[in-house]
Design a protein around this ligand. Structure first.
Ligand code: NDP
Length: 454
């Protein structure tokens, strides 16, 4: 069975799930489509109350949902609890904002009167990853539930319990059948769903490979798609940075969720005269990471999400070293059945090193020395990715000027990264297209329906 929970701390299989049949997929499409039609004639008050109830249940059963995620993919329980709270905040935000976001928009024209309506488009397919098992779903579910777009979820095969828990949550909150359906489907069934005329679009968060293949299916079938893919975010420290703040920021910027965050800071770019000092600070920060039982609040470094994820990160460190990089900290084996990788710092990564343009999805920092701010900006932009990035400076105007030169979808000043419902999230280049969250994300699968009277 493809869908199973293997607890990354113990390497034990905890749950296995049967794949969904084509009949179940057909039923989900039929239910979703019928609901889409019904919702078109209804106002949003009932959905608003249901989404608030989703938030209430998440807060009430925070520990339960957090444990499901930790068992699925190994993240620290404290981080899982934070994720549950963030999900509740997202649900409340879109429940409260939907009326405003759905208001018709008047248009100026001398030729008559015109406005556009914001309407639902139909059933959506959401293909989501394991790194934030509930949050990744909530980012697309909450806005689209309010828009009136029902959703079919294909979650990552390593976090099926989280996917099932999300569906139970939505139903417990009173959502009608068809509004959200988790299905343990294959890639072929995802393609089939995308091609179905009842489906209006697909959103995916995950790898470039997965994104390209799902987007190709969408393109072939003239369906809208939105992709949130990987990143190789730069963390630029300018000459006027507050080093105490830099020091405080490093651990969360790189090690949160064991480094498995698309917007983690992955490339630290430091001016030459501060380079040695930075390395000392980074080594000190990484040495404080305490690996262990993710359920124990004293643990600060979780195992990676799967044996395959661990293998991949270790092989990327080897690849970097084979091509001339130095390991200045870490990369020592951890003798435990859990999928732990020791926090590691790489230096001397040259442009011809294959790792120069690879995302490492684990607790590994690449540190680069530059001679000027211009060189720092050029290095940050010399990437096929364009998701987020950090600029550290105690001068807000200086930081803002540099941020504007970085070719990404998001810049964070004096902080590692952030995700809030009111802020758009997404990237450019190989990091994908489209935005989730905020009013921009809300509009992603809306039909802007023009009504014009000459
Ligand atoms: P994948 O892209 O393989 O998986 C993400 C989701 O897409 C999963 O549900 C997966 O299903 C599904 N999927 C993948 N290919 C297809 C396809 N052809 N048709 C339908 N569904 C598909 O990412 P991984 O989990 O393998 O992670 C690998 C890399 O992706 C990471 O190293 C990182 O670079 C990036 N990533 C980025 C994330 C982000 O937040 N932006 C999150 C996670 C990963 P299944 O699990 O069944 O394969």
């Amino acid at each position: 069975m493809a869908y199973k929970t293997t607890y990354p701390y113990t390497n034990e299989i905890l749950h296995e799930f049967e794949n969904a049949t084509d009949t179940e997929l057909e039923q989900a499409l039929a239910n979703g489509h019928a609901l889409y039609k019904k919702w078109r004639d209804e106002d949003i008050s009932e959905r608003k109350a249901i989404l608030h109830q989703v938030a209430t249940l998440l807060r009430k059963d925070k520990r339960k949902y957090a444990e499901v995620m930790t068992k699925d993919m190994g993240k620290l329980l404290t981080e899982s609890e934070g994720e549950v709270e963030l999900c509740a905040t997202i649900a409340d935000y879109f429940a409260d904002k939907a009326e405003e976001f759905l208001k018709p928009v008047p248009l100026e024209t001398a030729a008559g009167s015109a406005y556009y309506l914001k309407q639902a488009t139909g059933v959506l397919v959401a293909v989501e990853p394991w790194n934030f098992p509930l949050y990744q779903i909530m980012r697309v579910f909450a806005p689209n539930f309010m828009v009136g777009n029902p959703m079919i979820l294909k979650h990552a095969s390593i976090c099926p319990a989280s996917a099932a828990a999300f569906e139970d949550l939505v139903l417990e909150a009173g959502a009608p059948v068809g509004s959200f359906k988790n299905l343990f489907i294959s890639y072929d069934q995802v393609s089939k769903a995308i091609a179905d005329p009842r489906v209006a679009g697909v959103c995916l968060t995950g790898s470039e490979r997965g994104g390209a293949s799902v987007a190709a299916e969408a393109g072939k079938n003239l369906k809208k798609s939105s992709l949130e893919l990987g990143g190789n975010d730069a963390f630029i420290i300018l000459d006027d940075a507050d080093w105490d703040e830099v020091k405080k920021t490093i651990p969360a910027a790189r090690l949160y969720n064991a480094g498995q965050v698309c917007t983690s800071s992955k490339r630290f770019i430091v001016l030459a005269d501060k380079y040695e000092e930075f390395l000392e600070i980074a080594k000190e920060a990484f040495s404080q990471a305490k690996w262990g039982d993710p359920m124990d609040p004293k643990t600060t470094l979780a195992p990676l999400s799967s044996a395959a994820a661990k293998r991949k990160v270790l092989s990327q460190i080897d690849l970097a070293v084979e091509n001339g990089a130095d390991v200045v900290y870490g990369n020592e084996p951890i003798d435990h059945p859990g999928y732990f990788v020791m926090p590691t710092i790489l230096t001397n990564i040259t442009k011809d090193n294959p790792i120069y343009n690879q995302e490492i999805f684990g607790p590994v920092a690449s540190v680069y020395k530059v001679n000027s701010e211009e060189e720092a900006i050029a290095l940050a932009n010399d990437s096929s990715y364009g998701l987020g990035g950090t600029v550290f400076s105690s001068n807000p105007e200086h930081a803002a000027k540099v941020a504007a030169k970085i070719e990404t979808g998001m810049s964070f000043i004096n902080s590692g990264w952030a995700s809030l419902p009111e802020l758009p999230f997404g990237g450019i280049k190989n990091s994908g297209y489209g935005r989730e969250m905020s009013q921009i994300g809300f509009n992603a699968f809306v039909n802007e329906h023009l009504v014009f009277t000459p």
